[in-house]
Design a protein around this ligand. Sequence first.
Ligand code: FES
Ligand code: FES
Length: 221
Amino acid sequence: MEEKKASAGARVTQEAAAGQAAAAINSMPAALTTFRCPLDGRVFASYADLVDHYNAEHPDSVVPITVTLTINGKNCEILLEPHWTLKQALQFKLGLTGAKHMCDRGACGSCTVIMDGRPILSCQMLAAECEGAAIQTVEGIAADPKWKPLIDAYCKWDAMQCGYCTPGFLVTAKCLLDRNPHPTEAEIKTALSGNICICGTYPRHSQAILEAAEIIGKGAN
Ligand code: FES
Ligand code: FES
């Protein structure tokens, strides 16, 4: 009875997570309608007006730039400072908090996203360099029913403790399964070698990914 209750609770949580991910994607802004000065909060109707404002009021400061990112299949225009990373843009401009801030120096994999089919570290990529690329975050994976078996397997095998590193592992795992639908345990370990888990959940990731690969493979046949 206790086991049934637990699994029912887990299902509700997974469905809620997929709903939250879809809601987060829907809430991302599509196009800029106003241009807010990050230094004094004044709002302008056009980018040209903001540039004029910088020239008049903040002549020694770097003018923010507009960037259009393609995130989870949606084009999003944002205003940001040129040195901002993709991770900062996702978190602070688009409200996507799945890519996690841990080391902020390319060492832990917690901020992993997929860019044009390859896993990348969003803390090491300038947002301005990502224009024109197709970026997928853990929210996009969680909201896609195709990848529900991967999320389910992570829950079933309890492949997380605090969960802070989990989005990065999930993104890397999805990327692996995209290019290798039936990986061996050794291939999984190699693919995940750039993701660090301070809680030490490593053995469970392989179990979860092997099971997800089998279920996804059966669904595809
Ligand atoms: S936060 Fe980006 S690699 Fe650690
Ligand atoms: S589950 Fe805590 S850091 Fe990985």
